[in-house]
Write a protein that binds this ligand. Structure first.
Ligand SMILES: Cc1cc2nc3c(=O)[nH]c(=O)nc-3n(C[C@H](O)[C@H](O)[C@H](O)COP(=O)(O)OP(=O)(O)OC[C@H]3O[C@@H](n4cnc5c(N)ncnc54)[C@H](O)[C@@H]3O)c2cc1C
Length: 383
């Protein structure tokens, strides 16, 4: 039986695309192929198990491809997404940073709603089906280890190398697509300094990435110290700009000069006790250890500029996303391939990435919806 649409990859973008297609046109024959024993494995890992689905503070500035994203966000806004999920029965709520989560704050809820909907709309989902090859014939032939399927359209939604394996890039290379260089993104930074005494400490601060005396990026947020590096949302976002020999300079008391405060408080307490009233204990000892003269000026300077040297990044197995992917110049704004109008490429396999805060899942959802809408139009025309 020839399908109308085969979707390769049962992750965020593939699932939402399948749902959109069948919700809008129940007559379509949609097949979703997933290599893992279950769909949506990565969704369960997102947002520390809470799934940061999207962000109400949405604009193309949060992405590496702002021009391309402007078009996507005009076609399907964050409010459209909230309504779409509501229609599925997935209620969202925002935190104080405008990040959207499922109301339960459990990623499992998101997958549960998807599984219910895939069942309700009778979408043919086949797991343990790694696609090995896609051939262009009169339509497409899609080969897995044991099966061969045919379809009019193919949507490639194979994701990236971040905490997963995929041959998606190779599948598309065989269809003459090219990819940019791939590297781990939103990934902790390895530092020259051993940070074991600070391990587990979280601090809200401002961080700068300095390379060859130039400030490459500056951002405020939460830093988490790891044994041999820096993590937390702030460090993950800095990882785009940092490279070996970059300096990460932390301002632990941003936007206010700490020296006058220290001067005032040390009138009746010693410096160590004053600092213990402001910062976590082990961080106080780190500051005092680094301070040459242990005087107010020296300590104040360190508080506004605590430096760490980057020696590298953690690997794909620690990364949340992959930087790079299938060249966006080879894709139309409706996510059809410029090389074959019936082939669509969506989600993270493309060279599109966003900041921490729900932006990567947002792109997965939006690209899945826009591709589905383009295919739906095609079937409208046929009727
Ligand atoms: C630990 C972690 C936390 C994250 N937290 C967040 C967050 O809170 N908010 C956010 O916005 N983003 C987050 N992300 C990023 C986000 O999960 C991804 O950007 C998003 O899942 C990408 O969706 P996708 O559909 O493109 O790929 P995926 O969700 O990875 O789905 C791709 C699917 O395709 C399958 N596949 C691959 N190749 C084949 C093949 N040849 N045949 C069949 N199937 C194949 C894979 O097994 C996979 O199931 C996080 C990522 C990680 C790793």
């Amino acid at each position: 039986m020839k399908r109308n649409i085969i979707i390769v990859g049962g992750g965020a973008s593939g699932i939402i695309s399948a749902l959109r297609l069948k919700m809008e046109n129940p007559d379509l024959k949609v097949l979703l192929l997933e290599q893992n024993p279950r769909i949506g494995k990565k969704i369960l890992k997102t947002g520390n198990g809470r799934c940061n689905i999207s962000n109400l503070n949405m604009s193309s500035d949060h992405y590496n491809q702002p021009q391309f994203l402007s078009s996507c966000l005009r076609k399907f806004s964050v409010n459209d997404l909230v309504d779409f999920f509501q229609k599925l029965g997935l209620i969202l709520r925002a935190d104080s940073f405008k990040r959207l989560y499922p109301y339960s704050e459990y990623a499992t809820t998101v997958l549960e709603v998807f599984l219910q909907a895939l069942n309700k709309y009778q979408i043919d989902v086949r797991c343990n089906q790694e696609v090995k090859e896609i051939f262009i014939t009169d339509g497409f032939v899609v080969k897995t280890e044991n099966d061969i399927f045919e379809s009019d359209f193919v949507i490639v939604a194979t994701g990236s190398l971040a905490q997963e394996k995929t041959n998606g890039y190779e599948l598309l290379k065989k269809l003459n697509h090219t990819k940019t260089a791939l590297e781990p993104g939103l990934v902790p930074l390895k530092t020259k300094e051993n940070l074991s005494s600070l391990r587990g400490i979280k601090i809200k601060c401002k961080a700068r990435v300095i390379h060859n005396d130039k400030i490459l990026h500056e951002e405020e947020g939460e830093m988490l110290f790891k044994e041999q590096g820096l993590s937390g949302v702030l460090s993950l976002n800095l990882s785009r700009y940092a490279q070996p020999e970059s300096i990460i300079s932390l301002d632990l008391f941003p936007n206010t000069e700490i020296l006058p405060i220290l001067k005032e408080l040390t009138k009746d307490k010693d410096l160590e006790n004053v600092l213990l009233g402001i910062f976590p204990k082990m961080l106080v000892y780190e500051i005092l250890k680094r301070s040459k003269h242990q005087n107010l000026f020296d300590v104040a300077k360190l508080i506004h500029n605590l430096e760490y040297e980057v020696v590298g990044k953690y690997s794909f197995s620690n990364a949340q996303i992959t930087l790079g992917g299938i060249n966006i110049n080879e894709i139309n704004y409706d996510f059809s391939s410029k090389l074959n109008k019936d082939l669509f490429i969506i989600g993270e396999v493309l060279d599109v990435d966003g900041e921490c805060g729900g932006y990567n899942l947002h792109f997965a959802w939006v690209s899945g919806i826009i591709a589905a809408d383009a295919i739906l139009k095609h079937f409208e025309k046929k009727l």
